[in-house]
Design a protein around this ligand. Sequence first.
Ligand code: GTQ
Ligand code: FE2
Length: 371
Amino acid sequence: MTTGNQSAIEDQARLSEEAAALNMVAFWDVRGDIEPTEPRPRVHPHVWKWNEVAPRLHRSAHAIPLESAERRALLCSNPGLSPKPYMTDTILAAYSLYNPGEQAPVHRHTPSASRFLLEGAGGFTTVDGEKCMMRRGDVILTPNGTWHDHGNDGDEPIVWMDVLDLPLVESLNNSIFEFDYRETESQSNTGEPLQRATQQIRYPEDHSTQLYGQGGMVPLFGDKVRGRPGASPMLIYRGADIRAQLARLRDYPADPHDGVIIELVDPVTGGPVMSTLSYRAQLLRPGERTRTHRHTASTIYCVIEGGGVTRVNDTTLHWERNDAFCVPGWAWHSFQNTTPDDSVLYSVTDAPTLVKLGLYREEAGASADAS
Ligand code: GTQ
Ligand code: FE2
C-alpha cells in the first residue's frame, strides 16, 4: 500500500502488530507468500552416489544391531527439506541392508511402501502371509495397511531401496504405524491369537504373481484377497519381466521426454500400483538424449543399469548404477544416456495424487531450449 499520509503509515504498522496479537495476519503483509504465480518446490535436484553410500551402509551392518534399529536404513535427506529426512515433499527413499539370517519384525502402516532390490540374493518380504523372494531389479509392494516383515535367508548381505509416500501421508496428519501383530497358531490350545514377530506363510510361493502375473488374464473366482483397495493385488513385479518388456519396446519411436518408458500398473484396473504413487521403468538407449519438459509432479529415480546425466533447470546430475536422484515438481528436465550401453532407470512419481486432486499440469519445453 502506498500513501502519503504519515498517520496512515503508522496505523499500518500498528494494524500488523495488533493482528498478530489476535492470532491474525494482514493479508497485504503476506500476499506474495500465499499467492505464488507458480509452484515453488523446496526440494533441490540432488543425486546420492552409491559409491559414497555403500561403504557406510556396509559399516552400519556391523555397527548397528538390527534389534536396536528395527530397520537398518540410510535415508536420503534432501538439502531443501532438512531437518526432515525425505527425498521429496511426498516421498521417502532409503538404502536398507539386511545381513544373512536377520529378520525385521512385522508391522504395518498407513504410508504405502515398496522396495527395489539392488544387491544380494535370498532376501524376502512377507506381505499379508505371502513370502516374496527378491532378486535384483524386483519391485515389491506393501500398500497402505498390509502387514509386512523382511528377512535374509541367503549367505550375503542384501541391499534394497525403500520408497514410501510417508511425507505425503504425514503432511495430512494421517501417519499410523502398528507393531502389535497377532495370529492364531496352528498348534495353539486356546485358539487365542498370539503376538508374533514374523508372519506365518499362508500362501504358496509367488501366489499373487500366479493370480495376476499374466497380462490380460485375471481370475474370476475367489476374493480379490491380495493387497488393498486402490492398490495393485500383484505384490511383486519381477526385474526380469520389466527388463524384457523394455527390450521388446526398444525399437519403437519412444517418448520424446522420457525415452522407452513403461508404468507398472494394477493388472485389474490398469491404474497405478499405489493410490498415491506411480512406478515406472525407462530405457534410455545408448547415447539417447531426450527433450526437456516439466510437470507439477515430483519424481525420485533409482539407477538400475548404465549411466548418464539428468539436467534439472541449471543443475546437471551425473548418475550411475545404484545411484538415486530426484527431480522437483515444475523443474525443467531432460535425460541423456552418456554410455555406449543401455541405461535403465526406475522412478516413482506422486502424479496419481495430483491427478486425483485435479492439480496435475505439464508443459513441453520450446523446441529451441530442448536439450
Ligand atoms: O518400510 O517401514 O527405510 O517406515 C524407513 C522408514 C523403511 C518401512 C524405511 C520406514 C520403512
Ligand atoms: Fe514398513
